[in-house]
Ligand binder design. Sequence first.
Ligand SMILES: C[S@@+](CC[C@H](N)C(=O)[O-])C[C@H]1O[C@@H](n2cnc3c(N)ncnc32)[C@H](O)[C@@H]1O
Length: 267
Amino acid sequence: MPSVDNHYSQSLQADDILNRLATAYPEGPNTYQLAPIDQLHIGGIKASKKLSQRVADLNASTVLDVGSGLGGLLRVCQQQHNALYVSLDITHELSKINHQLNLLSKKNSMVITGNGQKLPFPDHSFDVIIMQHSLLNMPDKISTLKECKRVLSPNGHLILHEVLKGDNYQEMQYPVPWARHPELSHLISEEEITALINTTHMQIQSMEDWTEEALTWRARQTSKQETPQAPVVSPNMILGSEFAIMGKNVQRNLQCNAIRIVELVIC
Ligand SMILES: C[S@@+](CC[C@H](N)C(=O)[O-])C[C@H]1O[C@@H](n2cnc3c(N)ncnc32)[C@H](O)[C@@H]1O
């Protein structure tokens, strides 16, 4: 059985990423220059800006990103709203780069390696928890949701930006960026996530479907990949040369409604 950690670290070119960024951007890279590697979700920096607006609207003082990857979301949030930000990810190699990217770009969120299914924090530690395309790798969703409820403050909010099963899920094609094989992909349907949230005695405050804009974004990424100009950093430096086919499969899976993209605000 492949592990999540191995999926994200097996092709990772950590030194190359950091050397190229330091050389190309001596004053420190900005969020757009980091986006090809630190926005590892469908929808890119635009989706992170929408989530960042939610965090600002909720006026959160403490924010946890579970499954933070290279930490792009919290660097976007920090530009908009002042709070204590904590990144947590199970893949230690990604957490190490996240920390280095914070130093390079002069941002200061705390970075921790840990498991979202068993959060290493006391009760009521955070006003907002965000999961951006990370619940999709977690088999034990009920533990994850219970843990989020436990570490959220009594009036806290959980924000999910996730991939759900679409009506034609049987058409799903692999590899995709979060799984080279079906064993690592743990997608559920809207009905299933709703039932799980109810089981944990939380409530869905809002649910938005972001599939259309995700498709537009994905089509733009595919056309960028086909231009000959080599970017300073690219998702291939994380997921290897297979990323090209992963991207095309995401587009196909969205087009045929095998998957859909949603944002849920839960309290
Ligand atoms: C598709 S990436 C998304 C990364 C980041 N949220 C983003 O949007 O750029 C999924 C991330 O979830 C992390 N992850 C998967 N299972 C996890 C778990 N049980 N606990 C914490 N992190 C996990 C992976 O290591 C990976 O960094």
